[in-house]
Design a protein around this ligand. Structure first.
Ligand code: AMP
Length: 428
């Protein structure tokens, strides 16, 4: 039996990978316009990084990490998210001590989580995201939310819902945590076993529980907004007014806590429902964090970031007809009449390729009529026909496949002639 891909992973075939390229390059170029630069962190990190960075009470660390001992007996983990790795990179390379703050980075690549696969949920998927680290102005939050919004708009996803909330600073969160503990202590007997653990590790996490019975109980839990102190309230109001000023609509959702332990103050999610009503959950999410850099051995500095699920962006673009899957055109299809001509034809193809033209070449002994059919299927603009006669005279026959015009050119004049033809085509 043929071997199948690992459950929860997926292949990206040629045409679809064009959409991935489009999403990733557009997001990167927009991040560059916000003065963010790319960083690349390893897929593999020591497990401690995520236990300390993502947080022991998070679902990711408790149930979803791909962790194994290497041959030297050290615990390694395939990254389940980027933020912790980027903080390690910033601290290890002392970038927060030697640069003007904030240090602004973007990233793209695969992450791994042992989750139950379902619509839009994989075990290996790709994230694109940014981190702006080292400076506490609320306008850094505004900057990254705005960037995410511009990326979604540029992809054509206009009807995005931005859900936003504040978790408050440490003092606000401590007060809220105590209130939640007191409330859930009365109900915990009727709640799921995960929530029983969450009550001890991090009661805020209970607000995220997806078990329907527990959700009913959560509805009556104390509201976070009551416990946010004045400083955090002011900070949040600045973020909201700046978004209003920019014309970016948002919904305040005070049940939004986010699945990672490190967030404080502003947290947000981007939601999109396709025109056919398919809901992929959050297509992106992020927030502000206070203690993460320090927790990982760096200076006591805050940061803010977001991350998009690339698979989910690709899925909604496809669903809503915003990504064309049409085959690409090629410039030339080289038609070779016999094995002896192929060495000479390869030279002509290479000359065109290094001059920037896309070229495919027929390696089969098939009839010329068949080659024309292939050229049409490949949406070639020109055919380059090379038989023994052309080879012996060091010439090529060039045929425009739409006008059907044909001419014979000396090999040495090929690029000059082709450049003029393409220039004229562009001008028409
Ligand atoms: P998170 O790091 O959990 O905040 O996730 C950021 C984004 O990654 C989410 O908004 C999703 O778009 C995407 N995402 C999270 N988990 C998965 C998954 N298992 N499969 C595909 N995309 C995911």
């Amino acid at each position: 039996m043929a071997i199948q891909n690992v459950k929860g992973t997926h292949d990206v075939l040629h045409d679809e990978s064009k959409i991935y390229q489009k999403v990733e390059s557009l997001a990167a170029s927009i991040a560059e316009t916000f003065a963010f630069k790319e960083v690349r962190v390893p897929v593999l990190e020591y497990s401690d990084l995520f236990v300390r960075g993502v947080g022991e009470s998070s679902d990711i660390v408790r149930k979803e990490m791909y962790t194994f001992l290497d041959n030297g007996g050290r615990s390694n983990t395939l990254r389940p998210e980027f933020t912790a790795g980027i903080m390690r990179l910033l601290v290890q390379n002392k970038l927060l001590l030697t640069n003007e703050l904030p240090v602004k980075s973007y990233y793209v690549g695969p992450v791994f989580r042992y989750e139950r696969p379902q619509l839009g949920r994989y075990r290996q998927f790709n994230q694109f995201g940014v981190e702006s680290v080292g400076h506490d102005s609320p306008y850094n939050d505004v900057e990254v939310i705005t960037m995410a919004y511009v990326i979604l708009q540029s992809l054509g996803l206009e009807d995005v819902t931005i859900k936003i909330n504040t978790l408050g600073d440490e003092e606000s969160r401590n007060n809220y945590r105590e209130a939640l503990k007191a409330f859930f202590a009365k109900h915990i007997g009727n709640m799921c076993s995960d929530c029983k653990e969450r009550l001890v590790l991090n009661p805020l996490r209970i607000l995220d529980c997806k078990v329907p019975g527990d959700q009913e109980i959560v509805k009556d839990a104390p509201k976070m907004s009551k416990y946010i102190n004045e400083k955090s309230r002011d900070r949040f109001n600045k973020v909201l007014s700046a978004l209003e000023e920019l014309g970016i609509k948002y919904e305040i959702d005070d049940t939004l806590v986010r699945g990672l332990d490190y967030y404080s103050d502003t947290v947000f999610e981007f939601h999109y429902t396709s025109k056919a009503g398919k809901n992929y959950g959050a297509i992106g999410a992020g927030g502000h964090y206070d203690k993460l850099v320090k927790e990982l051995g760096g200076p006591d500095l805050p940061g803010v970031g977001f991350s998009f699920g690339v698979e989910r962006l690709v899925a909604v673009l496809k669903d809503d007809g915003l990504a064309s899957l049409e085959d690409d055109e090629i410039d030339f299809y080289v038609m070779t009449l016999g094995e002896e001509t192929r060495s000479y034809a390869t030279k002509a193809a290479l000359l065109l390729r290094v001059s920037g033209y896309s070229v495919d070449m027929c390696m089969d002994d098939v009839k010329l009529a068949n080659m024309f059919k292939r050229a049409e299927k490949k949406r070639a603009k020109f055919a380059l026909i090379i038989g023994e006669e052309e080879m012996n005279k060091r010439e090529v026959v060039l045929k425009n496949l739409s006008s059907k015009e044909q001419l014979t050119i000396p090999f040495d004049e090929l690029i000059e002639k082709v450049d003029t033809l393409f220039l004229n085509n562009e001008e028409e």
